[in-house]
Design a protein around this ligand. Structure first.
Ligand code: HEC
Length: 477
């Protein structure tokens, strides 16, 4: 004991670390900031550290090459002692981080902690959030299974639609004209070098700011922020009533952080990592590319929008949301902080949570992407059991139309609902559309024979309100 203490005193004397860090962790904080509402930021940090630890562990065995990545993950999952658990923790840890960062942002927004003098806390936080989303996406891609490859195709197609610079962004993203070996190397570099380095940098800045300007006090209704007097009032508050951050406030962070890590570990042991999809094969469209849950709502949103608007929403939606978040402290950085006096803030949070969960539910139940397990049209729906209408209906089932188009409640939602298409388009227009495809529809000119095409058109022409009126009971919704 004695010698340990002497060693520590020697170390502290030579490095000054103890005397430098002591005041930082013991610095006084407002008494009412020691609250369970204030644990989510530190919990995000705990989850991040877990990601670093498990990520480095995985990097020992993961091979970032298009030919071997998939097998190396299979090996990690099935053959190594703790590989399954480590992969599981890395996966669920990512989910936890996304969730915690979201809750932390909501808390900061509701208590208006982004107001004077903490504008830069918020802005550095928004950057951290964006970096975390990029980590989640690139992490999904370097899993390099069918879903991963499809997600990249979709993402680069989206990027390609940005006016003027789209092609350039898409090529930068995937490292060339097409998805391949270069894409994986590039995503790997983003995921383990570039983005983590930026994360460390911005976490450092974020924490430095929290120490410099202090943790915000829990807001009181009727006590607005006035930039002229706020700093002085805050100093007086912590001087008179402040409690040391460690241990009086920080024990809650420790307890909650411990609960988070233990939960991730338990889920990793019980449920394990997500099953690897089939190995990648971009030419095979019989995959079911469902993105990880935190992206599902966004894809559902896009799938529900009219196709003409999709491009704009895809490109400008995230830009607008990002800009709004980024500039929030400049929209208002003073005045009331209490949510009781900011009904609009509460309404915005409620609305955001409601729409995200709604979209999420839709995204889970009806895939945004081609729906490869859609139930084929039945003879009743087709409305004939022989002849061109019947044959056309069968082609609709077999040629992949069903994956993207719904007819009478059967099929995917990627393209428009064709239940009443016969009322909308002429035979010529139908032929033209099927031959040439469209923005999100492949052209079938090269893959259908003239007879098949003819039957399909006759079948689609029979999709009219009048014809369906007879059997509205057939699963229409
Ligand atoms: C990968 C998904 C996908 C597949 C597969 C697909 N489509 Fe489409 N389809 C779309 C999308 C998306 C549109 C919307 C128009 C656009 O993007 O230009 C569309 C548009 C159409 C339209 C015009 C609808 C309208 O309201 O104007 C018709 C008709 C059509 N598709 C028929 C077919 C047929 C027949 C097949 C099978 C041979 C098929 N589609 C396969 C996605 C698909």
């Amino acid at each position: 004991m004695e010698s340990l203490k002497r060693a520590w005193l020697w170390f502290d004397d030579r490095t000054g670390l103890g005397s430098a860090l002591g005041p930082v962790i013991k610095h006084p904080v407002p008494p009412n900031s020691a609250s369970w509402f204030y644990v989510f930021g530190s919990a995000t940090l705990f989850a991040f550290m877990l990601q670093v630890a498990t990520g480095v562990t995985l990097a020992f065995m993961y091979v970032p090459s298009a030919g071997e990545a998939y097998q190396s993950l299979q090996f990690i999952t099935d053959q190594t002692t703790f590989g399954r658990i480590v992969r599981g923790m890395h996966n669920w840890g990512a989910s936890a981080m996304i969730l915690l960062i979201g809750v932390h942002m909501v808390r900061v927004y509701l208590t208006a902690s982004y107001k004077f003098p903490r504008e830069m806390h918020w802005i550095s936080g928004v950057v951290l959030w964006a970096l975390t989303v990029i980590m989640a996406f690139s992490g999904q891609v370097i899993r390099w299974d069918q879903t991963a490859v499809w997600s990249t195709i979709v993402a680069s197609e989206q990027a390609g639609r940005i006016p003027f610079i789209g092609t350039w962004v898409a090529q930068f993203l995937i490292g060339g004209e097409t998805i391949g070996a270069a894409t994986l190397s590039r995503m790997f570099a983003y995921h383990v070098f570039i983005v983590p380095a930026l994360l460390f940098l911005f976490i450092g800045l974020h924490l430095y700011l929290v120490i410099k300007n202090g943790i915000s006090e829990f807001p009181k209704a009727g006590k607005p922020v006035d930039p002229k007097t706020y700093r002085k009032e805050y100093e007086d508050l912590v001087k008179k009533k402040g409690i040391p951050f460690w241990p009086d406030a920080a024990w809650r962070d420790m307890v909650f952080g411990f609960v988070v890590i233990t939960t991730i570990l338990l889920i990793a042991i019980i449920i394990g990592p997500p099953a690897l999809g089939p190995p990648p094969n971009p030419s095979n469209i019989d995959a079911l590319p469902v993105p990880d849950w935190y992206f599902v709502f966004y894809f559902a949103f896009l799938a529900l929008m009219p196709p003409q608007m999709e491009t704009y929403l895809m490109v400008f939606g995230p830009l607008l949301v990002g800009a709004l978040l980024f500039f929030l402290p400049f929209i208002s950085n003073k005045g009331e902080r209490s949510p009781l006096r900011r009904p609009w803030a509460v309404a915005i949070v409620a609305l955001t949570i409601a729409s995200i969960s709604g979209l999420w539910a839709i995204g889970i139940s009806s895939p945004w992407s081609p729906h490869f397990h859609a139930k084929p049209l039945t003879v009743e729906i087709i409305g004939a059991d022989s002849g061109p209408i019947y044959r056309g209906g069968e082609h609709f089932n077999n040629k992949g139309c069903l994956y993207c188009h719904t007819i009478s409640g059967h099929g995917g939602l990627r393209g428009p609902n064709l239940t009443y298409i016969g009322d909308r388009l002429s035979s010529d227009e139908l032929t033209w559309r099927i031959m040439n495809g469209g923005l999100n529809m492949p052209g079938f000119g090269g893959t259908l024979t003239n007879e098949e095409l003819g039957d399909l058109v006759i079948f689609l022409k029979s999709r009219t309100k009048q014809n369906q009126e007879a059997d509205l009971s057939s699963g229409e919704d």
